[in-house]
Ligand binder design. Structure first.
Ligand code: PGA
Length: 255
């Protein structure tokens, strides 16, 4: 299975800046058949980036999607509208959960993505309170089970699941980033795999890729990739700096 790196640019860079960063990434990153690189810019950048993209090197993903294909939903973008521009879409990111997205909305968005041939990158992970109170495994299993409520075994072939402990994400709030250690997070990959097996049988794991996200940087990224069952990374902050991101890509490609 190819390793996967998903860059989450979050709410940064308008079309001009996005094209500039994409050009730098193109100059500093080589295409390798072992690795898939997905760039998730703000929605406004998808169209301009899609026009010039070297698709052998990069794919595009959206950071969000509506759960319906069209309708009177001011400001929203439907999965049907993304088809052709993006191959992937992030669903269930903790920053969107914090804005009010609940499990049933996330499940509806996952089905909408699958229905429109977009590969979902489902994000799950516990917050600091749950981490400190030994509730992390419960949260991971519950979020995963709820998100997959509408999906069949066929639907989840190709699904990407990113475990992102909320406490490890760089919130740019003045606190230094606190990346998780492999020992902190091993339980999550076991729990995700067991849950998939329980829901879908042994075949449930086929084609599903598991990522780690949360303050991923060039210095720490190797340790995650050396863990069993971690197939790739989801950097946010580091993906906005072409040198850092290119180093992360090189590390992934060297393994
Ligand atoms: P970070 O973001 O790398 O800046 O912590 C990761 C994410 O939230 O997806």
């Amino acid at each position: 299975m190819k390793r996967l790196i998903v860059a989450n640019w979050k709410m940064n860079l308008g079309p001009g800046e996005a094209s500039l960063l994409m050009r730098r990434l193109d100059e500093h990153i080589e295409a390798k058949s072992s690795t898939e690189i997905v760039i998730c810019p703000p929605a406004i950048d998808l169209y301009p980036l899609a026009k010039d993209l070297d698709r052998k090197k990069f794919k595009l993903g959206a950071q969000n999607v509506h759960y319906l294909d069209s309708g009177p939903y001011t400001g929203e973008i439907s999965p049907a509208m993304l088809a052709g521009l993006a191959d992937y879409v992030i669903v269930g990111h903790s920053e969107r959960r914090a804005m009010g997205e609940d499990d049933s909305l996330i499940a509806a968005k996952l089905s909408a993505a699958v229905r429109n041939n977009l590969t979902p990158v489902l994000c799950i992970g516990e917050n600091l309170h749950d981490h400190q109170h030994n509730l992390a495994e419960r949260v991971v299993v519950d979020q995963l089970t709820a998100a997959l409520a509408n999906l069949t075994a066929d639907d989840i072939a190709g699904l990407v699941i990113a475990y992102e402990p909320v406490w490890a994400i760089n919130h740019h709030d003045g606190h230094p980033p606190r990346p998780a250690t492999p020992d902190d997070i091993r339980f999550a990959y076991r729990a995700i795999r067991t849950t998939l097996e329980e829901l879908y049988g042994e075949g449930g794991l086929a084609g599903v890729r598991l990522l780690y996200g949360g303050s991923v940087d060039p210095d720490h990224c190797r340790a995650y990739l050396e863990m069993d069952h971690v197939d790739g990374l989801l950097p946010g902050t580091s993906s906005l700096n072409y040198e850092s991101f290119a180093k992360i890509v090189k590390t992934v490609q060297s393994l």
